[in-house]
Write a protein of this length. Structure first.
Length: 58
């Protein structure tokens, strides 16, 4: 398994867990019937990056 297959499978697993099996129960749905799910994840953030801790730029 290469990196792309791993990311594809991990993303599908996360979407299946988050949305439940009802969304994917139809089997192979048409492209227009599939939900648009976008995960945006950041890293290397710290407590000073939040406005509630006094960051005046947020």
């Amino acid at each position: 398994m290469d990196r792309r297959d791993f990311i594809k499978n991990a993303t599908l697993s996360a979407a299946y867990s988050a949305c439940g099996s009802a969304v994917f129960a139809k089997g192979a749905a048409k492209k227009d019937d599939r939900p648009n799910i976008l995960f945006i994840i950041t890293d290397k953030q710290n407590a000073g990056m939040m406005s509630c801790t006094g960051n005046k730029w947020l």
